[in-house]
Design a protein around this ligand. Structure first.
Ligand SMILES: [Zn+2]
Length: 204
């Protein structure tokens, strides 16, 4: 019998670490309900079941682990425990309060990007997507600019909120590394002469 593929070995390791860590993780982010231990599955097609875990009332880990770019390469995105803890903090402190205020579903267009994926898509080497501290979001019925304005009006504890490539773009929200103070930096990203330029403040 051939040795199991690296992905499967990682699943086995992760499953036991969930058992060890899930109680302390709940305490970190204030969960009161038990988090089910993911079901161990062997097939790559079952990836979404493996990463299915509720992070807050309306957000599931699997929503942050989907990437068309990874799928095209036949790769799967498996979060580390730190990634999962950061994503849970992002949900509890920013996304869930925003969803409650808007009264609308929030679509995660890009969530976790492990360093290999970040490199493939040409992301910033310091991108907060790499350890689950950032998400690109869309809210049907609102422009990305309106979403940025709402994040600012609510005073959510964002490290960065970026209006990315208006008017057709998206909203990037990020939290600081654990223990760091949120910078509350608001920016607008545009392309000038083939380069991405960041303006201070969110603009239409
Ligand atoms: Zn982003």
């Amino acid at each position: 019998m051939p040795p199991p593929p690296p992905e499967l070995r990682e699943l086995v390791d992760r499953r036991s670490s969930y058992r060890r860590d899930h109680v302390s993780r709940q305490a970190d982010v204030g969960f009161v309900t038990p988090i089910p231990i993911p079901i161990l599955v062997a097939g790559r097609h079952e990836r979404s079941r493996e990463t299915s875990m509720k992070l807050s009332e309306h957000f599931d880990l699997a929503e942050f682990c989907t990437s068309q770019e990874a799928a095209r390469r036949g790769r799967i995105i498996l979060p580390t425990d730190t990634d999962t803890q950061n994503l849970a903090r992002l949900c509890v402190t920013v996304l869930e309060p925003l969803r409650t205020d808007l009264g609308r579903a929030i679509i995660i267009s890009s969530g976790l990007r492990p360093p290999w994926l970040n490199a493939v898509i040409g992301g910033s080497p310091t991108s907060a997507h790499q350890d689950g501290r950032a998400a690109d979001i869309l809210v049907p019925g609102l422009t990305p600019f309106e979403v940025c304005e709402r994040v600012a009006a609510l005073g959510l504890p964002v490290d960065q909120c970026i209006h990315e490539f208006p008017p057709q773009g998206w909203t990037h929200v990020a939290i600081p590394p654990s223990g760091d103070t949120a910078r509350n930096q608001y920016l607008t990203a545009r392309v000038h002469a083939g380069r991405t330029i960041y303006e201070s403040g969110v603009h239409a």
